[in-house]
Design a protein around this ligand. Structure first.
Ligand code: FEO
Length: 170
């Protein structure tokens, strides 16, 4: 059985992961409106990955006999002052999520809950990738995004992103 505190943190994280998907789809909506289909595509795939994270945590709880209860998914901001704003917001959001995942890992460690620690090792590593991916994109945008040809090329590059199913097996 999972400790109540650990189960609650993971349960709350399920809602946060669905919120992440919702937020990234909102970024995609913005970029579609701006005519940047590559940026939109990149965030649509990101949203799919967030949904995967939510579903993996949901399954993990269910495999441990925890009743999952969904929370309310907040409304995304919807106002972005320029093309860079969603990228900056995405990086800040991933840093926030890393903190949440670390909190779960820390709580599992306090409880000597080795099963949850083993499972969340994957999410700890995944957060490293998530921060790097969006951080790299922000750097590229700062380098090339203010030049129309550079922005066009970057948009084309982002169109090539391919969805990959999560490697974590529960
Ligand atoms: Fe589910 Fe982007 O972390």
């Amino acid at each position: 059985m999972l400790a109540k505190k650990v189960a609650k943190l993971i349960n709350d994280q399920v809602t946060l992961e669905f919120y992440s998907a919702y937020l990234y789809l909102d970024f995609a909506n913005y970029y579609i409106d701006e005519g940047l289909d590559g940026f939109a595509h990149w965030f649509e795939i990101q949203a799919q990955e967030e949904r995967d994270h939510a579903m993996l945590m949901r399954t993990y709880l269910q495999n441990n006999d925890v009743r999952v209860v969904f929370g309310t998914i907040d409304k995304p901001d919807q106002e972005y002052k320029d093309l860079k704003a969603p990228l900056k917001a995405a990086l800040e959001h991933e840093q926030f999520i890393t903190g949440c995942i670390n909190k779960i890992y820390g709580a599992a460690s306090d409880e000597k809950d080795y099963r949850t620690m083993e499972c969340f090792n994957w999410f700890v590593k995944e957060q490293g990738e998530e921060e790097k991916n969006v951080g790299d994109l922000l750097k590229k945008f700062k380098l090339f995004g203010n030049d129309p040809k550079g922005l066009y090329a970057l948009n084309q590059e982002l169109l090539t992103r391919v969805y990959a199913a999560p490697t974590l097996v529960l």
